[in-house]
Design a protein. Structure first.
Length: 354
C-alpha cells in the first residue's frame, strides 16, 4: 500500500487533523496496524481488519465500539483526556459508520493513540501480572451489565469444547499410522478428560453461569501499561463476544503462567508459575469479585485448566490433520506444542487443588 493510499483511507474519518507521518506497528499477527502522526496531538491508530479471518467485520466493529462507549459512560466522571487513555476511543468515519470500506474490499477503522504507554510480550514480574489482572478484571466488571446477547459472534464456536472434540474425532478418522503412534498418549488423555472438560460448557449452556461480554484474547500483550507498569487500558478488542468469565481468566493464566514458549520441546523446562497465578488472580478479583457468583468463583481454577486444555487439543488436532492450520517449522512442531500444554496442566495440578 502506498503512502497516498494510506492517507486517503485515514482521511475518510472525522479526525480533523492533518497527516504528518506514519509507521507500521508489527505486534499483531492478523491485522495491519499503523501509528499515524498528525500536525497536532492526539495521534491515531489506523487499522485494516483482516476480513479473511473475520467474516463479519461490521459486526466486529459494532461489538468493540459499543463496548467502548458503554465503558466510557461508566467512567463519565473522568476528563476526556483521561477517558482516551483508559478506554479505546474509536473515530467515526465520514460515512456515519465506524469503519471505511475501500475499493479493494478492505475494512479500516481509526482509534485515538494512547501516548506514553508500553506493552509486555511476556510477564517477568509478578507486579505486571497483578496489574494485568486488575485491568482485565475491571474490563469484565465495567461490562457486567452490558447485554452480551446483542454482540456478534465474530469467531463462531471459538471456545466451544464440544466443537473441539468433534474436530478431534474427525482428525482421528484420517490420522496417519505414524502420527497416531506418536500422539497415542495425548489422544488417550483427551478421551479420558472429556467429561471434566465439558463442565464449564455445560454450566454455560444451562444458564447456571452468566453469559457476559468477554474479550477472548487476554494475553498480557493486549494490555497497555504506563512506563512504571501501572495498568492503563485493555486493547485489541476484535474478539469481543458473548462468553463466560472463565474464558478470559483462563486464557490469561495460560499465557502468563507458562515458564517457557508454548513450543518448548524440553518438557522439563515447562513449569506453571504459581506466583504469577496468585498475583494475577489477586488483581483480577479486586476488580470483579463483587460481580461474580459463588459458582463462578468456585470454577475459576478449572477455567485456567480448561483453557490450557483447549489449546492443547487444538494443537493435537492440527498435528493429526497434517498441520493445516498453524504454521510449523518441523514435522512434529504441533505435537511438541500439544505436549507443552498438557505438561503445563500437569505442573498446575501438582501445585494446586484443581
Amino acid at each position: 500500500m502506498t503512502q497516498e493510499q494510506l492517507i486517503h483511507n485515514f482521511n475518510q474519518f472525522n479526525h480533523l487533523s492533518e497527516y504528518s507521518s506514519h509507521r507500521e506497528l508489527v505486534s499483531g499477527h492478523i491485522n495491519d496496524t499503523f501509528l499515524v502522526k498528525t500536525n497536532e496531538e492526539p495521534f491515531y491508530i489506523l487499522q485494516r481488519i483482516n476480513h479473511f479471518v473475520f467474516k463479519d467485520v461490521p459486526g466486529l466493529i459494532s461489538n468493540k465500539v459499543s463496548v467502548s462507549k458503554h465503558i466510557q459512560k461508566k467512567l463519565a466522571h473522568l476528563s476526556e483526556t483521561q477517558l482516551n487513555r483508559f478506554v479505546l476511543t474509536f473515530v467515526q468515519a465520514k460515512n456515519g459508520n465506524y469503519y471505511y470500506k475501500d475499493e479493494n474490499g478492505n475494512y479500516w477503522n481509526v482509534m485515538i493513540y494512547i501516548k506514553d504507554s508500553v506493552t509486555h510480550d511476556i510477564v517477568t514480574d509478578k507486579e505486571v501480572a497483578y496489574e494485568g489482572g486488575k485491568l482485565f478484571g475491571d474490563f469484565l466488571n465495567l461490562t457486567n451489565d452490558f447485554d452480551a446477547s446483542v454482540l456478534s459472534e465474530v469467531i463462531p464456536k471459538f471456545h466451544d469444547m464440544s466443537f473441539r472434540y468433534s474436530q478431534f474425532q474427525s482428525a482421528l478418522q484420517s490420522v496417519s499410522k505414524a502420527r497416531l503412534f506418536k500422539a497415542k498418549s495425548l489422544i488417550d488423555r483427551v478421551v479420558e478428560s472429556k467429561e471434566e472438560m465439558h463442565i464449564l460448557q455445560n454450566l454455560k449452556e444451562t444458564g447456571a453461569i452468566k453469559l457476559r461480554v468477554t474479550h477472548n484474547d487476554t494475553k498480557i500483550s493486549n494490555a497497555l501499561f504506563t512506563k512504571d507498569n501501572k495498568g492503563l487500558c485493555v486493547i485489541d478488542t476484535d474478539t469481543i463476544m458473548p462468553g463466560i468469565v472463565h474464558y478470559d481468566f483462563g486464557d490469561a493464566i495460560r499465557t502468563i503462567c507458562n515458564s517457557t514458549a508454548e513450543d518448548e520441546s524440553n518438557l522439563d523446562l515447562v513449569e506453571f508459575n504459581v506466583e504469577y497465578y496468585n498475583a494475577y488472580k489477586k488483581g483480577f478479583l479486586e476488580k470483579i469479585e463483587a460481580s461474580l457468583t459463588p459458582l463462578e468463583l468456585k470454577y475459576l481454577p478449572l477455567g485456567a485448566k480448561t483453557m490450557i486444555f483447549i489449546m492443547g487439543i487444538r494443537f493435537l488436532n492440527d498435528y493429526m490433520n497434517n498441520d493445516i492450520y498453524y504454521k510449523t517449522k518441523y514435522p512434529d512442531h504441533n505435537l511438541d506444542r500439544a505436549k507443552n500444554q498438557f505438561k503445563l496442566i500437569d505442573s498446575m495440578m501438582a501445585q494446586m487443588a484443581v
